[in-house]
Design a protein around this ligand. Structure first.
Ligand SMILES: Nc1nc2c(c(=O)[nH]1)N[C@H]1C(S)=C(S)[C@@H](COP(=O)(O)OP(=O)(O)OC[C@H]3O[C@@H](n4cnc5c(=O)[nH]c(N)nc54)[C@H](O)[C@@H]3O)O[C@H]1N2
Ligand SMILES: Nc1nc2c(c(=O)[nH]1)N[C@H]1C(S)=C(S)[C@@H](COP(=O)(O)OP(=O)(O)OC[C@H]3O[C@@H](n4cnc5c(=O)[nH]c(N)nc54)[C@H](O)[C@@H]3O)O[C@H]1N2
Ligand code: SF4
Ligand SMILES: [Mo]
Length: 718
């Protein structure tokens, strides 16, 4: 199916102008319209966005003819030279030669491939296949490591399957009580508010657990202003109380779960006064919250990055899953546990083989049958298929060491800015012998690369993505890419050809999807029953979808059978853990990081959209008014924020109801500062998730903006 139109062909565009937003996991439905100023976007009605749109999606059309779009490959033939324009042939040849040289000196696993939840299913699949078949490397991961990995791990451990929401999004409006833990959807998924509005209109309750008084916390009925890093204790404390009140679902626990005894033992010391001391939530509020669960037996618990991006993020999620299981919420209609997947294809990309331990369909790289199945499909010897390798956290954490990765290929991420402990990383990044970045724009990571390959935008290629509900969507090509720009699939195909692989790497998205269907048939994330034709007809399709007659599973656990060895869900004991870094006399504040309304991720794209940049030109540091007054800091004034890793100057934003011990900074950079200069390298040993949401910091009013060293690595293109 091709919708290959001239970039300025108005009529054709009007005929086929329906797609979805390029950004977050909500995948709001949109129409692309031609206007005298370029392209406009209008929202369409769709189950996730209900005709709404956020300001980022509304302005995404500004990217299409943006003057800063990369329109030719760039290469840096020598490390001491600037990037310069090159032909595709030269850039591809240089890439293949450099990778081959490094591989023969250091071995296959020295080549690290880094993918992204911004990549479509087709791209994620083909990139995973390219890494394993062409490069033969086990070193592959994706930016979801920094995003969803704690939730993924906990879901696999407890429920046997990693689907963010096991129910469709409209279940949210049908429940009685919604507990949002460390999520701020009013800023991060604004159209989700229409679902919350419905819930509120019916008189149902919303509780938000967040150290900050976010717009979502203000909107909620109850706000538990938790001490950062203590979510697992709160969940354990609530379970302790509900157990004492005998309000747990014994029949569900006995019939459908294992391990509850161990949980009871592990949480026996989480009595209310201790939980109050550890979480900052008063005993009164704890009782009140437990009462709400008692009086509202239909409840949904959703986690976001706030509790997941911690050095004990897996425990945080497991502890809330324990609570959900003990209350018998999982498997009951309009009830349950879920996590809000953040990126546009955060769900799909993690199923297509971008994790080093997973093959397409969430098949295991260590399982002999899965290995045989995929090796046969890829026409390889099973022995040649790489085994599980390292995560991005380890790959970047080990840079500079003897056995570290030596080359990196990045598709759809900006790791120099999105990884923790930036100053350390920046110093070590130059130890990479070769770095290639494929991106529509010159991100900070691209700016320090040896090769930059310009890739197409979402409206310039056909693709499928899987949204936060596990719903698969078709985003048709509406425009042709600019002349010297190629799609990621074309780039992967051309790179494969450089290594002599002339077959097995089609650049036609539908051909890749057909292979995905076969690769995932019979697996957990089964896409076999999904076709481009069905999606183009507007059929509602969710994975797993094992046959052409099936519409897939909108609800995963209604049968109360779980894809674990015993068929039962698994409780996990929860123990007290010290924090990754405690505030102390020298660094007395908790620093947490995350997102604001106007910018997406490291804002490579949204910083280039004038309307968004005007609204929020530079990252702020949120400080409680009480602290601001004490330190003589006013809103709008620059403040020096410092941790043991580094410092930066951010504009102060004082908030009335902030916790006095907590600061917040969004993680997109300015010319002079970035949140990840401050964050620390500690990570969860089970998920390899860095502690993005917690470290210790101090602040000081700055009279003038003293320029910190440039973090951007910006340089002129020769
Ligand atoms: N505007 C905008 N929207 C986006 C994105 C974006 O960059 N910008 N990115 C998308 C992506 S990839 C993602 S992953 C999602 C993320 O969406 P969210 O998870 O909603 O966003 P965050 O701001 O990362 O974190 C949510 C909240 O966690 C709180 N928090 C910090 N520490 C703790 C803690 O210890 N416990 C608890 N309970 N809460 C804590 C923060 O105060 C913050 O308000 O957003 C998606 N949507
Ligand atoms: N301190 C701190 N750090 C964080 C977080 C935090 O809350 N605090 N959040 C973490 C989270 S949740 C996430 S998801 C990560 C995100 O971290 P990254 O993925 O590293 O950052 P992005 O800004 O999303 O980078 C995406 C890049 O891909 C490009 N791109 C977009 N679509 C495509 C495509 O289809 N093909 C290609 N080739 N390129 C494309 C964009 O132009 C952009 O340059 O950051 C993590 N880092
Ligand atoms: S909420 Fe997410 S998907 Fe919807 S318009 Fe905004 S960024 Fe795009
Ligand atoms: Mo994310």
């Amino acid at each position: 199916m091709h919708f290959n139109y001239n970039r300025n062909s108005l009529n054709a565009l009007y005929a086929y102008n329906k797609t979805h937003c390029p950004f977050c996991g909500l995948q709001c439905a949109i129409s692309l319209m031609h206007s005298k100023d370029g392209f406009e976007i209008e929202p369409r009605d769709f189950p996730t966005n209900k005709g709404q749109i956020c300001i980022k999606g509304l302005n995404a059309g500004r990217l299409i003819n943006h003057p800063e779009r990369l329109n030719t490959p760039l290469i840096r033939p020598r490390k001491d030279k600037a990037l310069r324009k090159s032909s595709w042939e030269e850039a591809l040849r240089f890439t293949a030669k450099s990778l081959s040289k490094i591989r023969s000196r250091w071995g296959n696993d020295s080549l690290f491939v880094y993918g992204s939840g911004s990549l479509s299913n087709e791209k994620a699949y083909l990139l995973g296949k390219f890494s394993r078949v062409v490069l033969g490397t086990s070193s592959i991961d994706y930016n979801g490591r920094y995003c969803m990995s704690s939730a993924s791990k906990a879901l696999e451990m407890a429920l046997g399957i990693d689907r963010g929401l096991p129910f469709p999004i409209d279940s949210i409006a049908k429940t009685d009580l919604l507990l949002l833990v460390g999520a701020n959807p009013l800023e991060t998924m604004p159209p989700l508010k229409s679902h919350l509005d419905e819930l509120k209109k019916k008189g149902k309750k919303i509780i938000v657990v967040d150290p900050r008084t976010t717009p979502t916390a203000q909107y909620a009925d109850e706000h538990l202003q938790i001490k950062p890093g203590s979510d697992y204790i709160l969940a354990a404390g609530l379970l302790w109380l509900l157990f004492r009140k005998n309000k747990i679902d014994w029949s569900f626990i006995e019939n459908y779960t294992t391990g509850f005894e161990e949980v009871l033992n592990s949480i026996s010391s989480f009595w209310p006064s201790r939980v109050e001391a550890l979480t900052g939530i008063s005993q009164d509020r704890l009782h009140k919250t437990a009462d709400l669960f008692e009086t509202h037996p239909h409840a949904i618990i959703l986690t976001g990055r706030g509790c997941e991006q911690q050095a004990h993020g897996v425990d945080n999620v497991l502890s809330f899953i324990n609570l959900s299981l003990a209350l018998g919420l999982i498997g009951k209609p309009n009830c349950g546990f879920g996590t809000l997947t953040g990126q546009g294809n955060g769900q799909g990309a993690r199923e297509m083989g971008l994790k080093s331990n997973q093959l397409p369909g969430c098949r295991s790289n260590a399982d002999p049958n899965d290995r045989k199945f995929i090796a046969a499909l890829w026409q390889r010897d099973e022995k040649e298929l790489p085994r599980p390798g390292i995560t991005v956290t380890e790959a970047l954490g080990n840079l500079g060491k003897q056995d570290s990765v030596k080359a990196m290929i990045v598709f759809g991420a900006n790791p120099l800015i999105s990884s923790p402990n930036h100053s350390r990383l920046k110093a070590l990044f130059s130890s990479l012998e070769f770095l290639a970045v494929c991106d529509p724009f010159l991100s900070e990571t691209a700016a320090v690369a040896d090769v930059v390959l310009p890739s197409a935008l979402w409206v310039e290629e056909t693709a499928t993505v899987t949204n936060l509900e596990g719903r698969v969507l078709l985003r048709p090509q509406l425009l042709s890419p600019p002349p010297q720009v190629k799609t990621d699939l074309e780039i992967i195909r051309l790179l494969a050809e450089q290594f002599g692989f002339t077959e097995g790497f089609p650049s036609d998205p539908q051909a890749v999807f057909e292979e995905i269907r076969r690769a995932t048939a019979g697996a957990f994330a089964d896409y076999y029953g999904i076709t481009y034709q069905r999606l183009a007809r507007g059929e509602e399709l969710f994975w797993p979808c094992p046959s052409l007659e099936s519409n897939g599973q909108k609800e995963l656990f209604l049968s109360k059978r779980f894809p674990t060895e015993t068929g039962k869900a698994r409780f996990h004991p929860i123990f007290f853990n010290p924090l990754a870094e405690e505030p102390d006399e020298e660094y007395p504040f908790f620093l947490t990081t995350g997102r604001t309304f106007y910018h997406y991720q490291t804002a490579v794209q949204t910083r280039r959209i004038e309307k968004l940049k005007e609204k929020e030109p530079t990252p702020i540091v949120e400080i409680s008014t009480a602290v601001g007054q004490r330190l003589g800091i006013k809103t709008g004034q620059y403040v020096k924020v410092e941790t043991r890793r580094g410092s930066g100057y951010f504009k102060a934003k004082l908030t009335e109801q902030g916790r006095i011990d907590t600061l917040f900074i969004p993680f997109y950079p300015s010319e002079s500062a970035a949140a990840n200069t401050l964050t620390l390298s500690a990570y969860d040993p089970r998920s390899y998730m860095p502690s993005f949401k917690l470290c210790a910091a101090r602040i000081q009013a700055a009279d003038d903006l003293q320029q910190n060293q440039s973090i951007n690595g910006k340089e002129k293109i020769g």
